[in-house]
Design a protein around this ligand. Structure first.
Ligand SMILES: [Cu+2]
Length: 754
């Protein structure tokens, strides 16, 4: 953090210069110059790379008034491409900032000018849309003020002292590494969060059957979020005191408006306040009728404007943002005096969540809402995990209670949900516009970290053609096990939430598992507009679509559309690498794997130290089929050398398999065809036929979570080979291991993995 502070001091003259330039052009054209540069930060005691803009993280707050023209010069001083997307803004498509879709990437050492008229007001934000840059600093507040003579100007709301706050997270791991670990189903983050949900822990908590049923239904232990973060930040700091606004000290009775954007890459945050109720006055930059709540969750990339009151003198009240998994938080202390803290949210009851998920999961991997017609976050299945709502120990709701997932019916705590949002003005779309109706199923596969719409990723789907002047209505159903904040570029949509003509306008809709939501927007600006899940790692895995207007003019910033498309598709076509090697007393065995959305290239080796132990290398190239990806046909190549045992006459005895087929060769090279299928209990059944017509059937399971850090694995096959082993995970890339192998005997050693 120190380095950051030094850097921002250095940048002070530039900031003053910017302010001056701004004033010269006041009210008409507002210019910002943004210098994007590598920096070093120290959030945890370790110095790590990040990206700063004008020397700071988050990027500077950009402020405009409706009616202004924005001129933003982005100076790319990185050694890599970049881009900036203006989240939630209405603007010409070529200013939208999606590289390879609305413009080509901003190359290193070049400047790109974005310019657009400001034709709306509200709390928004901006971020890099290139790779994973958003995770390491490229997010900032973007505030558009109402004109004071605006007929929608609300006295007592729009004239309050205001603090823009952008929420974010920090991990010391490189985001590329985070993405790779997610694709490899690494459970390192679960270990860090103490959320492994192993058999040992299940037994201790009386949930052995729950765990068995969970694995029977082929689920890996899951959490409400994937990633462990080292720090949570509000405007770049885990903790901030705010004693005055615009030079005026805060005192009892003062109301403060917080303009909050969730700039986190993957975290949802609970917002709570030590000084009492929170009044929600806007969402996604659009005014809503004020509504008082005790808490609200802000989805990734959403914005909320809230008003809080300072109830008493000589006190500074905590405004707390807690990650949905409750492992981390950040605070603002508002007011002057002794700090009044709010109690932290208690740890989640993971096995209650697992039990709930077991009930919802069908054997074929589809979710079943059991007739509850869930929508708009009103029924939150996760309440079974919230001790503050359902009690510390056993859940108090029964299975026939229609309110058993309704947080507001179960406790005195009022939680905001989408049905409570009401626009103060009518939001009807043009009545005579033709309606185009689209349906999407949000789909995913936790085990291989594939996220998609209708089981297709961006590179596998065509653009969705819409016409200017039509109303596009979308019905979205979440059939995956995680919630997804779906974001539409360039347009606000009405979320049909039962508020009739006053349905709220939004550009993000958070959809929980099993929910169905309907939204509609008026197609009024030509271009290619991205519609995607805003969880950064889901988006990069391909969870999105492109809306494109029929017969639109070509984008002058995309001179070569074919090349641009190839670059865009490269994101979800990317292969992720993983490797592991066990250095043991009886040999050396390991594997390396390259995999993407559908393909897997996998090599396994067992290298014994003696000629009788032998050596074996197997390579499989396979393609996963089906939505759940339980089936993978593959072609293989097998090389094996083992000095076979001879009898007293010197004849080779050969190796006989369970089918009576005999191998008499020391040196065996074989092509094969095979198929792998994931059985209940996550056991993989692999059947392989070699070109010498030998057949091998094999059962195996890796990483059975015995205890928090202890994993078990086994394998047996019709060649009469078998193996069983244990692994104790010491660090992210390091484990102690022991195994017994029918070829190589007993061994112990260390396992390194990448
Ligand atoms: Cu998602």
């Amino acid at each position: 953090m120190d380095i950051q502070k030094i850097l921002s001091k250095k940048m002070l003259p530039i900031a003053i210069l910017l302010l001056l330039t701004q004033n010269i052009y006041a009210q008409k054209t507002v210019r910002y110059d943004l210098y994007v540069k590598d920096t070093l930060v120290n959030f945890t005691g370790e110095i790590k790379r990040a990206i700063a803009v004008n020397g700071q993280i988050p990027m500077p707050t950009l402020t405009f008034t409706e009616g202004d023209t924005a001129e933003i010069y982005v100076h790319n001083e990185l050694n890599e491409e970049t881009s900036l997307h203006w989240h939630g803004l209405f603007l010409p498509n070529k200013e939208d900032g999606v590289p390879n879709l609305t413009q080509m990437p901003i190359e290193p050492n070049t400047t790109h000018k974005y310019t657009f008229p400001i034709i709306q007001h509200g709390t928004h934000w901006y971020h890099s849309h290139s790779g994973l840059q958003e995770q390491i600093g490229m997010y900032g507040n973007f505030v558009m003020l109402k004109k004071t003579n605006d007929p929608t100007f609300r006295k007592g709301i729009d004239d309050l002292p205001t603090v823009p706050i952008i929420l974010s997270e920090w991990t010391d791991y490189k985001p590329e590494n985070v993405h790779r670990m997610l694709h490899n189903a690494s459970d390192w983050f679960a270990i860090k969060k103490n959320a492994t949900q192993s058999y040992g822990e299940a037994i201790k908590e009386g949930h052995f059957k729950t765990k068995l049923k969970n694995e029977w239904k082929r689920m890996l232990a899951m959490d409400v979020s994937d990633i462990y973060y080292d720090k949570i930040l509000m405007n770049g700091n885990p903790s901030t005191d705010i004693k005055s606004i615009d030079g005026k000290p805060l005192k009892a009775g003062d109301k403060v408006r917080l303009r909050i954007s969730n700039g986190g890459a993957s975290s949802y945050f609970w917002l709570t306040y030590a000084g009492g109720k929170i009044t929600v006055v806007a969402n996604d930059g659009n005014d809503v009728e004020p509504v008082e709540v005790d808490r609200l969750i802000i989805a990734v990339s959403e914005t909320y404007d809230v008003i809080i009151t300072i109830p008493a003198e000589n006190t500074s009240y905590e405004f707390l943002a807690t990650t949905e998994d409750r492992t981390n938080s950040a605070s603002y202390y508002i007011g002057n005096g002794i700090k009044q803290l709010i109690s932290p949210l208690p740890r989640l009851k993971y096995f209650e969540g697992m039990k709930m998920m077991n009930d919802m999961m069908k054997m074929n991997g589809d979710l079943d809402d059991m007739g509850m017609n869930m929508s708009l976050n009103q029924m939150d299945m996760n309440v079974v995990m919230y001790p503050e709502i359902t009690g510390e120990a056993k859940p108090k709701q029964d299975d026939n209670d229609p309110n058993r997932y309704n947080a507001n019916a179960l406790a005195d705590i009022v939680t905001l949900n989408y049905a409570m949002l009401k626009s103060p003005t009518k939001t009807n779309l043009p009545k005579d516009a033709p309606v185009k109706e689209l349906k999407f199923e949000l789909t995913g596969n936790m085990n291989r970290y594939v996220w998609s719409l209708d089981n297709k990723v961006v590179s596998e789907a065509d653009k969705i053609l819409i016409k200017k002047g039509e109303t596009v209505r979308m019905v979205l159903h979440n059939n995956s096990m995680m919630r997804h904040p779906m974001h539409l570029h360039g347009h606000d949509f009405r979320l049909l939430n039962g508020q009739g003509e006053n349905a709220p306008l939004k550009n993000i809709v958070d959809i929980m598992p099993m929910e169905t939501d309907t939204l509609e927007f008026y197609a009024n600006v030509e271009g290619d507009w991205f519609f995607h899940c805003h969880i950064l790692y889901h988006m990069m895995s391909g969870m999105g679509r492109v809306f494109s207007y029929e017969n639109q003019a070509p984008n002058p910033l995309i001179p070569n559309p074919k090349l641009a498309q190839r670059n865009l598709f490269a994101d979800d076509r990317k292969f992720h690498v993983m490797a592991e090697n066990d250095f043991a007393t009886n040999g050396n065995d390991g594997m390396a794997m390259l995999q993407n959305t559908r393909w897997s290239i996998n090599t396994e080796w067992r290298l014994g130290y003696t000629k009788h132990h032998g050596q074996e290398i197997e390579t499989h190239v396979g393609r996963y089929l089906g939505k759940m990806q339980w089936l993978m046909p593959f072609i293989g190549f097998d090389w094996r050398y083992r000095k076979l045992v001879t009898d007293h006459t010197g004849m080779v005895e050969g190796e006989k398999n369970l089918f009576g087929q005999i191998n008499t060769k020391d040196n065996r090279r074989q092509f094969s065809l095979g198929v792998a299928y994931t059985l209940p209990m996550l056991v993989i059944l692999q059947t392989e036929i070699y070109h010498d017509e030998n057949v091998r059937v094999q059962l195996m399971r890796e990483d059975i979570p015995v205890a928090k850090r202890l994993r078990m694995s086994f394998m047996l096959n019709t060649d009469k080979e078998y193996m069983a082993g244990f692994k104790y995970i010491v660090g992210k890339n390091f484990a102690l291991s022991t195994h017994y192998d029918s070829d190589m005997g007993f061994g112990a050693g260390v396992t390194l993995n990448y």
